[in-house]
Every structure is written in structure tokens, then in C-alpha cells.
Design a protein around this ligand. Sequence first.
Ligand SMILES: CSCCC(=O)C(=O)COP(=O)(O)O
Ligand SMILES: [Zn+2]
Length: 195
Amino acid sequence: MMTLQTELLDAISWAAQQGWTPATGGNFSARTGAGYLVTASGRDKTRVQADDLLLCDLDGKVLEGSGKPSAESDLHAALYRMDSTIDCVLHTHTVASTVLSRRFPEGIELSGFEMQKALAGNVTHDATIRLPVVPNSQDMQELAEHVSSGWPMPWGFLVAGHGIYAVGDSIASCRRHLEAIEFLLACVLEENRWS
Ligand SMILES: CSCCC(=O)C(=O)COP(=O)(O)O
Ligand SMILES: [Zn+2]
């Protein structure tokens, strides 16, 4: 059986192999009994190993591991504090999420896509749902306030000009949300090229 650490490392390698973590972009975490495991800052996500993960408490304080936690670790901490059902947070930098979050700062409407059913709580393509977009900030407290004012966001959100934050109640469901969001955004980006 996979440990939480192995499962998180596997999810990071998978995301990196998709090309979703260019130039060390992206950060990744999973809740543990003591707090959460999170990637260290500035690491090449195509080569992560066990010592690239730090254990933090829910205030973002490092309990175990060396190096600095992700620059966005305090946002991960805020998400775990905000919603006890979140057990995993996966953040990527992709072209579709970066471009569309700048183009549609009020949120991205999705309608008629079968893939919407991969997002928890959706059972049909025949519905209009919205992926929230929050303004970017280098201040994680400010970013967390933007997110909390729009909560609940059951699959995650985009940060404008920055990327995707997917959430889930397990690493597997978070991976599914991340992959579905990225697929849906790629479709919207393609449609916008034709209109
Ligand atoms: C190199 S992209 C800018 C920082 C960022 O947005 C990111 O996701 C990676 O930061 P970290 O400190 O987690 O490596
Ligand atoms: Zn980032």
C-alpha cells in the first residue's frame, strides 16, 4: 500500500510530466495527522524526492524537514484551516489557466462539457457551472482572504495570471479535479481561438 508521502510524490511527478510545472512553478500538499506535507520552495518538480517535502502544522510552521516551504505554503495552510474536508491541494502553472484567468477575471463559465461530471457534485453535461478566479497577490494572507470570501469552491479556483489551485477530499480526487479543470480550460481556450 502507498504511503501518503509516496502518493503525493507520485501526484507531483505526474503533474510535472504533463508539463504543468514549468520553471519550478507549482506547489503540492496533502493533509496529515499533524498538519500537512508540502513541497519545498524552488524545487524542480520533475525530480522531487522525499526530502523535497516538509511537514508543517496548520499555522504553516515547519515541524520537520529542511529548506524553505513553498512560497505559497501559507495559502495551503489557510485552505486546510478553512475547510476540514480538504485533504489535498495541487497547484500548477498552465498556459490555459494563465491566459483564461487574465481574460475572465470574474470567473470562467462551463456548460455542455461531459467532463464537467469529473468535478464532484456534477452528474450531467447539461448544466452551467463556474470556475472561480481570484486576483493574484504575493501576500498569502490577502490571497487567502480573496479565496475565503468566495468559499465554498468545491473543486478549486484559478488565480489570475498565475494558475490552478485544485482541492479534493483525497489525493486521488484532487488529481481528478486538476486534470478535469485543465482539460476543460484547454477546451475553452481552443473555442475562444475560433470565435
Ligand atoms: C517559478 S513560478 C513563481 C512561484 C510560484 O508561483 C510557484 O508556484 C512556485 O513557488 P514555490 O515557492 O512553491 O517553488
Ligand atoms: Zn504558483
